[in-house]
Design a protein around this ligand. Structure first.
Ligand SMILES: Cc1cc2nc3c(=O)[nH]c(=O)nc-3n(C[C@H](O)[C@H](O)[C@H](O)COP(=O)(O)O)c2cc1C
Length: 252
């Protein structure tokens, strides 16, 4: 079973490729609890957030019912590097008493834009990452199929410990609030942000989107806005680019 979480399409795409390679069923992890998953091999596919496991993913792992002798793999997508996200994931899985077998990262176009200095990739960088992804996923699938344990085939990057142990907790506490999201004067009230939010956290009130508190900070609402300027995150996203995978032609 492949369980995925995705805001801008990268992890969903990787989950779909893995499912083709491995012949595994694929399912969004939000709302999957109570679905009677009997599989012994579970592959978690999700984006890296601030060099760690997104809190929404950690919460699903901590609460989902799965077989006590299930064996788990992590495949995280990232724009650049994951720090010690894999170690964080291993600890959460072991905390449930499950077997944390092996971990992998797949480099994909960047989606984080909510801070000074962070923007989407240039067209060239985005295309070269997307061109490399299918072969990388094949490689990952082969390693998962082999069943070998103890593999951490990930891009940790520099200062991994500081990024995951110091910056991640700060980021989760202070930089992931949905309060910064707002509709701009160019919002046409189409409701696409409502439809695309994987958490069901946005409602239309008087023709304008309003954000609730159950936000994963995946930025689906910002990136998938049909007008592209109808959603902003305070001043931070002014002049920033937009990225959403189905929007670009994926190499086959
Ligand atoms: C809140 C947030 C934090 C992110 N932090 C990181 C990071 O620490 N390292 C990195 O390489 N990419 C980071 N990214 C980029 C995403 O991990 C990357 O674009 C991922 O493939 C997006 O997956 P998705 O399209 O399935 O949502 C971040 C994105 C968001 C929205």
């Amino acid at each position: 079973m492949i369980l995925y979480f995705s805001g801008t399409g990268n992890s969903k795409y990787v989950a779909t490729l893995l499912s083709e390679q491995l012949g595994e069923q694929v399912m969004p992890m939000i709302g999957c609890d109570g679905k009677d998953i009997e599989d012994k091999r579970i592959i978690w596919v999700f984006p890296t957030y601030s060099w760690g496991v997104p809190p929404v993913v950690a919460n699903v792992i901590k609460s989902i019912s799965l077989s006590p002798d299930s064996r788990h793999f992590m495949v995280t997508t990232c724009g650049d590097d994951i720090g010690l996200c894999h170690k964080m994931w291993r600890k959460i899985i072991r905390g449930r008493g499950w077997k944390d077998v092996s971990t992998f990262s797949v480099t994909m176009p960047n989606s984080y834009v909510c801070m000074k200095g962070f923007d989407v990739d240039s067209e060239d960088v985005m295309r070269s990452k997307l061109a490399a992804a299918p072969d990388r996923v094949k490689e990952v699938a082969q390693q998962i199929e082999s069943g070998e344990g103890g593999i951490d085939d990930v891009v940790k990057g520099s200062w991994a410990w500081i990024k995951t142990k110091i910056i991640y907790p700060y980021f989760v506490r202070f930089c992931m609030s949905p309060k910064g999201f707002e509709a701009t004067e160019t919002c046409v009230g189409c409701g696409k942000c409502v439809m695309r939010c994987p958490m069901g956290n946005i409602q239309m009130k008087d023709g304008r989107p309003v954000w609730g508190d159950n936000c994963a900070f995946c930025l689906a609402c910002y990136h998938q806005c049909s007008g592209h300027c109808g959603v902003r995150y305070g001043k931070e996203t002014v002049g920033k680019g937009h990225y959403y995978l189905p929007k670009v032609k994926v190499p086959t």
